[in-house]
Design a protein around this ligand. Structure first.
Ligand SMILES: CC(C)(COP(=O)(O)OP(=O)(O)OC[C@H]1O[C@@H](n2cnc3c(N)ncnc32)[C@H](O)[C@@H]1OP(=O)(O)O)[C@@H](O)C(=O)NCCC(=O)NCCS
Length: 178
């Protein structure tokens, strides 16, 4: 268990499968994520087994709110132990929990783990330019915008720009000292 202020991050297991499957097939939840196609239960099972298997390059966690409810998932992907970097992903699957600060607490908790326990140096992500909730949340957690990838994704019949954002270990440490 990785404890935050309001959330706990724990490993994903078989009991979480139905919930993850529901979220990943909800277009409102996945509109800014990479997946396009409906995901079958067996595909989702494979993902869940991979993401919780201790695979060196990907690691996903369940986000559990203070009332014990599993509300979403977050994870580190493309973990590179030479460059000491990883790509962060997050999804609050229970939509009625949006806008209540869970994203920010989950990310700060995961960043603490990434820098203090995994000895990573750079955590980065890509976010659609029309995802204000995501951008605001990442900025609040110390991510800075590195640049814009033009027409980087095609959704809803049009190309959209994406921002590259990252936070470095010493920047995160400096924030914590304030
Ligand atoms: C994006 C997402 C993770 C945000 O989670 P959340 O728990 O609602 O975010 P928080 O409540 O921690 O909000 C963090 C900040 O963003 C702001 N925010 C949240 N949603 C917003 C929106 N739609 N528009 C503008 N600001 C928003 C909050 O007000 C807060 O800022 P504040 O503290 O200054 O008020 C969530 O909406 C989600 O899972 N969406 C679907 C998947 C997704 O888009 N993932 C990210 C892909 S890059």
């Amino acid at each position: 268990m990785i404890a935050g202020k309001r959330v706990t991050l724990r490993s994903l297991d078989e009991d979480d499968l139905q919930r993850c499957h529901r979220w990943i097939n909800d277009p409102e939840v996945t509109g800014h994520l990479t997946m396009r196609f409906p995901i079958s239960m067996s595909e989702e099972r494979k993902w869940l087994e991979h993401a919780s298997s201790g695979d060196a390059e990907d690691r996903a966690f369940a986000i559990v709110a203070e009332d014990g409810v599993h509300i979403g998932n977050t994870g580190l992907h493309r973990i590179n132990y030479l460059d000491r970097s990883a790509e962060l992903g997050i999804m609050i699957g229970e939509k009625e929990r949006w806008g209540q600060g869970y994203c920010a607490d989950a990310i700060l908790t995961l960043l603490r783990f990434a820098f203090d326990e995994m000895n990573l140096h750079r955590v980065y992500l890509r976010v659609d330019e029309d995802n204000p909730g995501g951008i605001r949340c990442y900025e609040k957690c110390g991510f800075v915008r590195e640049g814009t990838l033009r027409d980087a994704t095609f959704r809803g019949g049009r190309y959209k720009n994406q921002h590259m954002m990252s936070v470095l270990s010493h920047e995160f440490a400096a924030r914590r000292e304030k």
